[in-house]
Design a protein around this ligand. Structure first.
Ligand SMILES: NC(=O)c1ccc[n+]([C@@H]2O[C@H](COP(=O)([O-])OP(=O)(O)OC[C@H]3O[C@@H](n4cnc5c(N)ncnc54)[C@H](O)[C@@H]3O)[C@@H](O)[C@H]2O)c1
Length: 346
């Protein structure tokens, strides 16, 4: 083929990622919505995530999320994200990640981006999109409860606040009093509503119309459906907190059915228990497209597996912003062997 060249290879640091995304909550939620629509329309490739686990370190994992997104976004790539929960005690974040973007025409990787911020951002944006769509048929919640308050909870709060939500009451619950206090400090600085730290999980849930789960629980620890008798909207971002009884008493939505019914998520446990997928109402895209309506007289639980296409969409947004600002840090000579029969650069 003529006219094709290997694209330059850029490295984008976490500081650059953060600058490109700061204050852009509305743009990013719109981008995430658009990505869900493209994915829902089938113009994407999003194979199952690959979980690399270690027999000698059972709580650690590294996940590979390859994906390709079409539409006007048109980019391929891979997120490679580690979760080492022991990091938190050592004072560094649990998750760390890179995102590789690949050129649509040549397949060449053209950027490597720090991706823990991109990952937290797309997760928070997808939670904000869900909070918006799933509350349209009911009074807009003014009491939010955060169940598990690490980095993801902070990003979700930032995205809710940045897309127009304000709350009269904010509830906080965490197994660690220190983490609850840290999150309270963040909320106070963000200038939120009345903050209550609940030691008791039941009280947090009963006091919240919008509940955000962002723990690192590996198996269900909330199992009493009566706690949800006031029909809250539940953003089940950490995926494994709720026992099957809760899901069976709720309207269940996911981001992608095949993805979500894997890896011992709560929806996966329900499928194993009931032998069917009848408990699922559909995807968030089904709700956005009007194919599924969400009744107000039941709890609604959104369990988002987290799709690689979202990382690509947000990563490409960051790349375009950094390029537009003229700040792209290109690694000269990264691709060195580019002439077929002559060693070295062109
Ligand atoms: N679905 C997605 O797309 C997606 C994307 C990114 C992260 N996540 C998930 O979000 C979760 C939170 O991530 P993070 O980076 O904020 O983690 P983190 O380690 O920073 O924070 C987790 C917090 O939950 C608390 N916690 C753990 N178990 C608890 C329990 N049973 N009850 C109450 N609190 C509990 C911990 O003390 C900690 O403060 C993880 O499970 C992660 O896998 C999901």
């Amino acid at each position: 083929m003529t006219g094709m060249t290997a694209p330059p290879f850029a490295v984008i640091s976490g500081a650059e990622v953060q600058r490109a995304l700061a204050g852009r909550e509305r743009q990013i939620t719109e981008l995430v919505e658009e990505t869900y629509r493209i994915h829902g329309a089938g113009d994407s490739v999003n194979p199952p995530s690959y979980f690399l686990r270690f027999p000698d370190r059972p709580s650690d994992r590294i996940i590979a999320l390859p994906a390709s997104i079409g539409g006007k976004l048109r980019v391929d790539g891979l997120k490679w994200i580690s979760s080492f929960p022991g990091n938190v005690a050592a004072g560094i974040p649990r998750a760390s990640a890179v995102l590789i973007l690949n050129d649509h025409d040549t397949g060449y990787p053209f950027a490597c981006l720090e991706s823990s911020i991109i990952s937290a951002t797309r997760t928070a944006a997808s939670a904000a999109v869900a909070a918006d769509w799933l509350t349209r048929g009911r009074p807009r919640p003014s009491r939010v409860g955060f169940f598990g308050v690490g980095l993801i909870a902070r990003y979700i709060h930032t995205f809710l606040a940045g897309t127009g939500w304000s709350f009269d009451e904010i509830g906080v619950h965490d197994l660690s009093a220190e983490h609850a206090a840290g999150f309270r400090g963040y909320l106070e600085e963000a200038g939120s509503g009345r903050i209550t730290v609940y030691e008791d999980a039941e009280q947090l849930i009963r006091s919240s119309d919008l509940v955000v789960f962002a723990t690192i629980a590996g198996e269900p620890h909330v199992s009493d459906p009566s706690w949800f008798g006031h029909n809250p909207v539940v953003l089940h971002v950490s995926l494994r907190d709720l026992a099957p009884e809760i899901l069976l008493a709720s309207t269940n939505l996911v981001d992608d059915v095949e993805h979500c019914l894997k890896a011992s998520t709560s929806p996966h446990l329900v499928e194993q228990l009931t032998g069917s997928r009848d408990f699922l109402a559909g995807t968030l895209d089904d709700v956005m497209a009007g194919r599924v309506t969400v009744p107000a007289d039941r709890p609604v639980v959104f369990s988002p597996f987290g799709l690689g296409v979202l990382d690509l969409a947000v990563g490409k947004y960051v790349y375009d912003e950094v390029t537009r600002a003229g700040e792209l840090h290109v690694i000269d000579d990264f691709f060195h062997e580019v002439r077929r029969y002559a060693p070295g650069p062109a």
